[in-house]
Design a protein around this ligand. Structure first.
Ligand SMILES: [Mg+2]
Length: 371
């Protein structure tokens, strides 16, 4: 029996609440106090374990409770007793077994990749087609309603060698957004600045606000209006001379196929696409349409960051960097046994088997939410 024919014997879940060090406001909602994630551990008959994380956000993709139920009730029966090499078939069945719940499917896909890669003795990126880069430029989001606190964070980022930020806009008023852009351009001229509205603009005033913000020449402006207003996205794209990115409007490959022309680029997240391979598919469909691609994330721990980083390492079409900053700059404590590998403003890809950094199961026990 080859190693990839090992049977999956263990399927364990943790619903976690992870304390955070700041408040974050976005166009669609806020995060304060803690973020909730679900962690999955698969175990194969040889004793090898693979981990995956689901990072839902109630106002964006879904709730931790729904994610836990999807994994526990609907996906567990598809996995336990199967061979690890049945990965592709398991994921196909998972898509049919429960609608939406893309974060749950991302956790399952990540855990299967981690398990298979550990059994094969290779890093996850090797199973995703090989590596096209050793490090990914890191972007950190600026989203505190108290801008003075974000200025302190900016100084820390500069000292750490980070040179990309994403300013979250559209949660207060337009003057606040313009004031912050002016200050950031003046005080931090070495930074590559991106802007993300998270759907925060009203359709009546969106074009005027975006046109003002475009005068600061950010690298891109992301998702100014509601996800379903795709025709308005296309109109704004045509009218403004700064690249427009789609995030909430594009979850998986199906959205790429159905809505050409709404943006110049797309934010790619394994939590939206429902897994690593489907995220790669979105990136390749984007490139085929002449769209650029950015490595986005949700409110994640280092475990989901690792899965996303391996995916981006193996996806040359994602050229705009990544935003895997939470484990380093937002969580009070991560769940990895060693720091998520950020050095000099870049995420560095582990070359060790699996995802490359082990999970601290003591932390899983301490942060677990009672079911
Ligand atoms: Mg976004």
């Amino acid at each position: 029996m080859s190693d990839q024919n090992q049977t999956i014997t263990g399927f364990k879940l943790w619903h976690l609440s992870l304390p955070v060090n700041a408040r974050r406001d976005h166009g669609i909602g806020s995060v304060a106090g803690a973020v909730e994630i679900v962690v999955l551990r698969l175990e194969a008959e040889g004793g090898t374990a693979g981990y995956g994380e689901a990072s839902p956000w109630v106002v964006f993709t879904g709730s931790a409770e729904a994610t836990y139920a999807a994994l526990d009730r609907y996906l567990r029966p598809l996995v336990v007793g199967r061979r690890v090499g049945d990965h592709a078939l398991i994921m196909e069945e998972a898509r049919a077994a429960v609608a939406h719940c893309t974060e749950a499917k991302a956790a399952l896909d990540s855990a299967l990749f981690d398990l298979r890669a550990k059994i094969a003795g290779v890093p996850v990126w090797a199973l995703l087609g090989g590596k096209c880069r050793d490090a990914i430029p890191l972007s950190c989001s600026i989203a505190d309603p108290d801008f003075d606190k974000d200025l302190v964070l900016m100084a820390r980022l500069r000292a750490d060698g980070v040179r990309m930020i994403k300013l979250k806009t559209g949660f207060k008023d337009h003057a606040f957004d313009m004031m912050r852009l002016e200050r950031l351009r003046a005080d931090f001229p070495e930074f590559d600045i991106r802007v993300d509205y998270n759907q925060g603009l009203h359709h009546d005033t969106a074009l005027a606000c975006v046109s003002d913000v475009a005068t600061f020449k950010p690298t891109f402006i992301e998702q100014p209006v509601k996800a379903h207003l795709r025709a308005l996205m296309a109109r704004i794209r045509d009218a403004v001379d700064v690249p427009l990115l789609a995030d909430e409007s594009i979850f998986g490959p199906e959205d790429m196929a159905g809505h050409p022309g709404i943006a110049d680029g797309v934010s790619i997240k394994i939590m939206k696409s429902g897994g690593l391979l489907r995220a790669q598919t979105v990136a390749r469909m984007a490139a085929a349409q002449g769209m650029s691609a950015y490595g986005g994330d949700m409110f994640e721990s280092g475990l989901a960051h690792l899965a996303g980083a391996h995916m981006i390492a193996a996806t040359p079409e994602i050229t705009l960097g990544c935003e895997f900053y939470q484990a380093t700059y937002f969580l009070r404590e991560d769940i990895l046994a060693a720091p998520f590998p950020v050095v000099d403003g870049h995420v560095h890809l582990p070359d060790t088997p699996g995802l490359g950094v082990s999970v601290n199961e003591d932390a899983l026990a301490r942060f677990e939410v009672a079911q």
